[in-house]
Design a protein around this ligand. Sequence first.
Ligand SMILES: Cc1cc2nc3c(=O)[nH]c(=O)nc-3n(C[C@H](O)[C@H](O)[C@H](O)COP(=O)(O)OP(=O)(O)OC[C@H]3O[C@@H](n4cnc5c(N)ncnc54)[C@H](O)[C@@H]3O)c2cc1C
Length: 429
Amino acid sequence: MPTTLPSALRPYLTPVHEKLWQETDAFAAEHVAPRVQRMEASSGKVERKTAELMAARGWFAVTVPAAYGGLGEGHVAKTVLIHRIAAVSGAAAAILQASQIPVGSLVHWGSHEQKCLWLPQIADGTVLPSIAVTEPEIGGHIGGMETVAERDGDSWLITGSKVHIGNSHLAGVHVVVARTASPEVSASRALTAFLVEHGRRGLTVQPHRPGLGLHGFSFGRLDLNRVRVPADNVLGNVGQGLNVAQSSSILYGRPNLAAVSLGLHEAIVHTTVCYLKKRPRYAGTLSDLAVVRDRIGEMEARLRAARTLAYQAVHLLDHGLSCDTDLINSKYLGHKWAVRSGRDAMELHGARALDADYPLQRLWRDVQHAYPPAGTGEFQRIHLAKAALREDPIQWSEHLAAETAWTRPVQQPTTLVEAGPSGCFSTRG
Ligand SMILES: Cc1cc2nc3c(=O)[nH]c(=O)nc-3n(C[C@H](O)[C@H](O)[C@H](O)COP(=O)(O)OP(=O)(O)OC[C@H]3O[C@@H](n4cnc5c(N)ncnc54)[C@H](O)[C@@H]3O)c2cc1C
């Protein structure tokens, strides 16, 4: 994959981001690319090594303030990491993105004690978190949640099941959202988030089952049978679980998934262009044919637009500006366009697309996985329609992101921004 920085991203990238872009590409070429084939061939296995290598660089703590040991570099930096890894492996990017969402929960909702306990461990790579919201029966309908937490003295007992939990098999701590009030209480007050350590009695992580794609990434099932956690493990306040889940999904989940789709989209276009330029036809190659070129033009148009949307949205977020709808849109259109280009790519490859050992079918399978997490397309359009109708709900970008350490005044020219105190992404350990 070419590693040149697209000019359209210059307004959003500081020298620190550019350095990170190069470091991520070098990492992906050295450590991720050689593992892709093995991950594909052994879909029943969870890819731990790549997770460890990324964790050792502190990349899971890219948005964690330096005061807690993190890189403190914000959402554009996070997008660079996920995007560039996804261009090489969707599964490795999924591992990186899935644990960022609970990092967001901790950064924005954790008490000082919780941050002091967990964020340094995430930063030094000893612990990865997961966020467990989705359930077998109610799926993405958080308000219908059936997992319950009952108060028992100084602790809570949590019972229920969570499915499709990103990094279920790698996480040392899970942010579990459960119902703490009766069903007639509004979801905005009835749910609570808990930090549940992996070793708690009564917590079972079911064996890893491979999915259609993202081989090596685990998104499995957690069963909780009267899992006891102390009251100190409540994340945010009792009754704020919906806010914890929604804000993390909007501020972290949406842009993360936009970055995953973007990396896969780039790989799809690159693979297709390389193929068409080599495939002989008549006096030249397939890429000389007008009808084929027309489709290549469509793919390139979508890719460029998706790239700008993804980076512009997180740039706004890093500047503490109201941008929930932009984050949602970048995930929605970024995925939709990647899938459209994926279909073009499959058709333009003819039968070659179907060869099991050809990378395109991996990209095609992987990109399907970016649709459900952090809200399906239906939910993004519901949010977008509210924005159009001026019925915007709470703007998490204004309420939470503006407080964070990496937020910079919007008028500050990005080119003058210095590297953070964390020392610019040097390799750790
Ligand atoms: C790769 C991957 C990683 C994931 N990671 C996590 C994670 O880390 N933590 C976690 O908690 N979950 C995670 N999920 C789960 C994800 O959040 C859910 O898949 C998503 O919320 C949708 O739930 P569902 O798949 O059960 O679909 P359902 O909720 O059953 O929906 C099925 C279909 O109906 C549509 N639909 C449902 N309700 C409505 C409505 N009210 N209006 C219009 N259409 C509707 C949906 O859009 C969808 O098309 C992950 C999923 C994947 C694939």
